[in-house]
Write a protein that binds this ligand. Structure first.
Ligand code: F6R
Length: 619
């Protein structure tokens, strides 16, 4: 996720801003930039790669050799940004800050402006010129369009024309003591100093200077001066906002107040899914995956889809398989990437191979992609990292937009992958004419509701899951049982449990249980059953009865309101209701939390479990 820092005050701010960006490095980024206003003129410097490159570019390194001169101190107002690419490649042109045609308005933005294509077309027709491929640059031009001397009014007018989820901060050359910022979903917070004011996407950016903060709420536009911030609603009416004192340590601040990165990332899933789906569902009856640039005939002429992946990404693929087969009626095969490459697979030009890899760097998945390409298949990568190797090996790329995941155990990248697979399934169903317009509209409405359902499910289940964890965390073995689309949820839940709590755990198709694993069950075995509403719910309930007959302790995940499950299970955790095919994205939440709380109760380091390392994702 990108990072924003802005400053207006009495101190030279170049070094302050770059130091603020350093505190946001943990969020992940692939380029960075800074804009400083001094003497009526704004200078911007941007650099691809890490902050050392930006430091060199502004001449902050020891000798500054080869660096570009930028307004040296004493600029006392400026903006800085770290970018995690989502729209447009990782290039200096696409790095923020961006400016308008007259070079007087400079902005930094986090998130996505969903209607950027329409706005770009409108502004282009009015004669605006763009220097980047980003959605963010539009904002500088919109402010330029509305500016008549009143900077906050121009920002409000621009804000009114934008759709999406984002936060931005703008600076104008004619207003050397004012930044104007706005928030729609993405976080933004003000830091109040003595005669100086900060604005940032997260508190660590200014924690070294002040602990007095004011949170910006959705739909607000704020004007920041050295004396503080004025909060207004989108119409310009002033809103009172009391400052709060934060008592976090720097470490806690990086984790957004959560005790671990994993817990923070579990809570970021609503945003990650929203970022992944929202602008690909521009209308109520259309999925826009034109970014894939695939032959429009491909969906109809496909013989089959083969999904290759490892670990958690493999489980996301399994969910995708059910959705694609259910909706688009294309046969889908799943393969573990490390097996695919060694079994001389039958694959050819009529196949679409989808490689799922959040890092884009997993060697087995890359090798499987190469093999599929050599055999003439169309290869698509589903990844979270722009510029990763998978993006270079593929004919087409679909990005998840989960931001950097620091916890080794994949959480928000999993739900984002699942969301992206739903988009693909829906797109294929539409393009192949397998779905009626009414079905397309129904699934789109359900998909759009997912971020909210994730948002409400996590706090609704967390305390109950912790209580259950207190009871079962000394278990020697956990069994997970599910059927159909609940099975990959179980596989993923069991993987989370074993990788962070080190408790042996297995996941089985519930109907297979009587063919062997039932021998493992006794009263000491916690059995987690995914029993959300679906056409196979009755079958699952019979399996629950079989398990209970062996005295095992059944923890069921059910769809809210389904008391039939509660009647047969020992413990029932209710998750938000969705279309049954989409249920995995909420059903996994209590299982992530169960593994998390069990591991924490055992005193384990969930962010860095033993023997595991996250594939390096940022060069
Ligand atoms: C589990 C986990 C791993 C990864 C696997 C593939 O929590 O993170 O199982 O899913 O190593 O990694 P990517 O998706 O980067 O190819």
């Amino acid at each position: 996720m990108c990072g924003i820092v802005g400053y207006v005050g009495k101190r030279p701010c170049r070094d302050l801003l770059i130091a603020g960006l350093e505190k946001l490095e943990y969020r992940g980024y692939d380029s960075a930039g800074i804009a400083l206003l001094d003497d009526g003129h704004i200078e911007t410097v941007r650099a691809v790669g890490n902050l050392a490159n930006l430091r060199a570019a502004v001449g902050l390194d020891a000798d500054g050799e080869g660096s570009v001169a930028v307004a040296a101190p004493p600029a006392q107002i400026g903006l800085a940004h770290t970018r995690w690419a989502t729209h447009g490649q990782v290039t200096e042109e696409n790095a923020h800050p961006h400016n308008d045609c007259t070079d007087t308005v400079h902005i930094v933005l986090n998130g996505i402006v969903e209607n950027h294509s329409e706005l770009r077309a409108e502004l282009g027709a009015e004669g605006h010129h763009f220097s980047s491929e980003t959605d963010a640059e539009i904002v500088a031009h919109l402010i330029e369009r509305h500016y008549d001397g009143d900077f906050p009014a121009a920002v409000r007018a621009a804000f009114a024309e934008m759709r999406g989820h984002y936060a931005f901060v703008a600076m104008h050359a004619a207003h050397p003591d004012m930044l104007v910022a706005a928030r729609q979903e993405c976080p933004l917070v003000v830091g109040l100093g003595e005669g100086e004011t900060f604005v940032a996407s997260a508190i660590p950016a200014f924690l070294a200077h002040t602990r007095r903060v004011q949170y910006v709420a959705n739909g607000e536009v704020i004007t920041i001066t050295p004396d503080g911030a004025t909060f207004t609603d989108a119409a310009g009416a002033v809103v009172e906002r009391e400052p709060e004192e934060v008592d976090w340590s720097e470490d806690e601040a990086e984790k957004g107040g959560y005790e671990t990165f994993m817990l923070k990332e579990i809570h970021e899933q609503a945003d990650a899914v929203a970022e992944t789906i929202t602008d690909r569902l521009p209308e109520l009856d259309r999925v826009d995956l034109s970014e894939l640039g695939l032959d429009p005939e491909l969906p109809r002429r496909l013989r089959r889809i083969v999904i290759v992946a490892c670990g958690t990404s493999y489980h996301a693929g399994l969910v995708g398989r059910y959705a694609i087969e259910q909706w688009a009626r294309v046969p889908v095969e799943m393969d573990i990437a490390s097996e695919f490459r060694y079994r001389n697979p039958v694959i050819g030009p009529e196949d679409l191979v989808i490689a799922i890899t959040q890092s884009g760097e997993t060697a087995d998945t890359l090798a499987a992609m190469r093999l599929a390409r050599e055999r003439g298949a169309t290869v698509m990568a589903l990844t979270n990292v722009m510029g990763s190797q998978a993006t270079r090996e593929a004919h087409a790329v679909l990005f998840t937009r989960a931001g950097l995941e620091i916890g080794v155990a994949a959480t928000k990248t999993f739900t984002s992958q699942v969301a992206a697979m739903y988009l693909l399934g829906l797109w294929l169903a539409h393009e192949r004419g397998a779905f009626s317009p009414a079905s397309v509209r129904h699934v789109i409405a359900e998909l759009k509701a997912l971020p909210h359902q994730i948002q409400v499910t996590i706090p609704a289940v967390n305390d109950r899951v912790r209580e259950i964890a207190e009871r079962v965390h000394r278990g020697r073995f956990f069994l997970y049982l599910g059927r159909n689309i609940g099975l990959p949820v179980c596989l993923e839940g069991a993987l989370k449990m074993k990788e962070i709590s080190y408790i042996p755990s297995d996941a089985y198709a519930a109907g297979e249980m009587k063919h062997g694993p039932i021998a493992l069950l006794d009263s000491s075995t916690p059995v987690v059953c995914v029993a959300t509403d679906s056409p196979v719910l009755d079958k699952i309930l019979s399996n629950v009865a079989e398990v209970r007959a062996r005295g095992a302790d059944v923890i069921a995940v059910a769809t809210e309101g389904n008391e039939r499950v509660a009647e047969v299970a020992d413990e029932t955790i209710f998750v938000a209701r969705t279309d049954w095919v989409l249920q995995p994205i909420v059903a996994i939440l209590p299982l992530q939390l169960l593994a998390y709380h069990v591991a924490r109760l055992l005193g384990l380091n969930v962010d860095q479990p033993r023997n595991l390392a996250k594939t390096v994702t940022v060069e």
